[in-house]
Structures are given as C-alpha cells and as structure tokens.
Design a protein around this ligand. Structure first.
Ligand code: AHM
Ligand code: MG
Length: 348
C-alpha cells in the first residue's frame, strides 16, 4: 500500500485563490491588533446581508408576481422596491451584529442611531446603487464605508463621529450584483475581490491584491449631459475620442468602477447645470470607491483635490467624481486646473 504525504500549497501565503471570505477575514485580523475581532465580525455581517440582497436581486423580476407564489411575508416587503428592501436587510444585519453604533444610508434622511452601547463603528452605506437599472436586469451594487467613532463608546453620537473625511475610513467595499456577484473590499492593506458561489452560499477569494492598470482606454460618462459640462471636461472627452478610446457607461457606478478597476479606464461624473456639485454622494458613494481606488494604485479626485480629503459638511452632500487609472485621472485633473480650459499636452 502506498501512502503519500499531503502536499500543501507551496505559495507560502496563508491564503490563496479559493480561500473563503470568512477564513480570509480571520487570517487578516492580525492587521488590526486593536480591533479585537469586531471589525472582522462587521465585515462578515455585511457579507451576510449582501448574500440576502443577492437572493432578492436574483428574483427581482418575480417580485411583481410574488403574491401569486404565496411569498407574501408579514411586512408585505415584496411590495417594496428593491432598494428599500436592501436598506432593511443591511440595517437589520448591522443593528443585530452589535459592532455598529450609527448608520448613514442613502435611503434614510437622518443618521440612524442604533442605540448600541458597545458599537465602535459608524457605517455609511448605499444599500443598492444604480436604482435606474433595478427593473431592467442590469448590474447594480452596494457601497459601504466603515469608520471608527471619534467619541467614547457608549456616549451619544455626535457630528464628529459621522462627518469624517474619507482618509479616516478603516474599511470600505462594494458588492456587485452582476453576471456573477462579487464583494471587493479594503482595510487599507490592498484590495481583494471575492466571487460568490451560489450553490455553496460562500464568497471565495478570486481577485487577490487587485492592482489597477496605470492607464487605460475606456472612458465612462453620461455623455448625454455633454453640453452641461465645463469646457475642460468637454476637451477631455474630445481627447478620448481622438484617441479612439471605448465609451462604456452602464449607469451603475459600482459596475462602471469595477470594470475600469480591472481593465483600466476612467469614470467621470462632473458638475452639471442640474447638479452643480455633481450627482454622487460623498459619504456613501465616492469615499468608499476612492479608498479602494487608492489602495489599488488608482486615483479619485473631485477636480481640485483628493476625494478622501474633502471635509464633509452634510450627510447627503454631493461631489463631482473623477476616478480610475492614475494617469487618466491626472490628465483630466490637470485639464480642469488649467483654468483657460485649454488642452495641455500630455503623454502616455
Ligand atoms: P442612485 O444612487 O440614485 O442609483 O444614483 C447613482 C447612480 C450611479 O450608480 C450612476 O453611475 C449614476 O447614478 C448614473 O447617473 P445618470 O443616470 O445621471 O448618468
Ligand atoms: Mg446611489
């Protein structure tokens, strides 16, 4: 009888492609000696809620006939729009976990105080972004930022706990409900992506240590608003066309960002006449993606400064957003800063 010793993975890494998200989070816990497990648990809570939202997303087309299938629950939740349902799911998961004291959500006017005496963390979340795509079976996403509260645990929530700059994030991520469902997150030590395996109900590491290409050939912008854009932005778009870049715009920030992160490209949502500060929200859209962008070697600016350095002044504040491959963001930034709107020479 032949007995062979098991040959473990030779990479020397404690984790490899195929590691489950739970295990990965556990292995990475040592990055936060101060965190004593709460941040890890919080990330798991978010992952669990995202699995539930993923399930709801998959049956979104059935929801209007949900009653016919006898799927009415006591709250009659299937009557509600998916973004409202997603909000409920994340709120529940975050309030039950016990690690979070307050939540800022796109779906809530005010800060939600979870009345959780031991919660160290504040979460800003867009539970379901890309709302115009929900009803037409196109990719949508969840975006989240995690901060440590500034005031002592157990004391009343104050403005300084909520209005923190993006640089203060301890973790951020997004979930993309697309052709497959992915969770991508950072805790400030690089960016890792996990793909959801439906039949096993698990996220598995599929994109370790994501590095964004330094430049790319994709630009993502709602070009229907072209005439509203500043001349410098229009010049940049013209330059993209001269270079025969590909125009790709889904209208779901997470999906457009994710593609550009992997392939190289830039996403732009500048100021328009309708939205003089841009459309996207600083606290629960721009900051999280800016943190991920920078951690992967990409960039995110509002045209004047890093997104992460913007001082928040209100809960649902908007910001122009230029995010993606470093070289492309630098190019557009220098065109914006050139006040004449003249095209500067720039090089690949
Ligand atoms: P939402 O939070 O209401 O879904 O709005 C955010 C979305 C982004 O996902 C997307 O990139 C953008 O709005 C699209 O806006 P527009 O339709 O103006 O191009
Ligand atoms: Mg949104």
């Amino acid at each position: 009888m032949k007995i062979l010793p098991y040959q473990p993975d030779q990479s020397g890494l404690a984790y490899t492609v195929g590691t489950t998200l739970d295990r990965f989070i556990k292995l990475k816990q040592s990055d936060f000696p101060y965190a004593s497990g709460e941040l890890s648990q919080l990330l798991r809570d978010i992952a669990l809620a995202s699995k539930i939202v993923n399930r709801e997303t998959n049956r979104a087309g059935l929801s209007s006939i949900g009653g016919a299938f006898g799927q009415t629950n006591v709250q009659g939740e299937e009557q509600q729009k998916l973004d409202v349902i997603a909000n409920i799911r994340f709120m529940r998961a975050l309030s039950k976990g016990g690690e979070v004291c307050a939540i800022v959500s796109e779906e809530e006017d005010a800060v939600i105080d979870l009345q959780n005496k031991s919660g160290k963390y504040v979460v800003a979340i867009d539970p379901l972004d890309g709302s115009s795509n929900i009803d037409v079976n196109i990719s949508i996403g969840t975006i989240f930022s995690i901060y440590r509260r500034k005031t002592p645990v157990g004391s009343p929530i104050l403005k300084e706990d909520i209005m923190q700059k993006g640089t203060e994030q301890v973790a951020a991520g997004y979930v993309l409900y697309g052709s497959s469902t992915m969770l991508v997150y950072t805790t400030g030590f690089g960016v890792n992506g996990f793909t959801y395996e439906n039949s096993l109900g698990e996220f598995f590491l599929s994109h370790p240590d994501i590095q964004a290409p330094k430049t790319g050939q994709i630009y993502s912008v709602n070009e229907g608003l072209y005439n509203d854009f500043d001349p410098s932005i229009r010049s940049y778009i013209e330059e993209c066309k001269t270079r025969k870049y590909s125009a790709r715009y889904i209208g779901s920030l997470v999906a457009d960002f994710h593609r550009n992160l992997l392939k190289g490209g830039i996403y732009l949502y500048p100021a328009t006449k309708k939205n003089p500060s841009g459309k996207l929200r600083l606290l629960y859209e721009a900051n999280a993606l800016a943190f991920i962008a920078e951690q992967s070697g990409a960039m995110a600016v509002d045209g004047k400064q890093r997104i992460l350095e913007i001082e928040p002044t209100s809960l649902h504040q908007r910001t122009p957003l230029f995010i993606g491959s470093e070289q492309m963001v630098n190019e557009i930034q220098s065109m914006i800063l050139n006040t004449n709107g003249q095209i500067k020479e720039y090089h690949h």
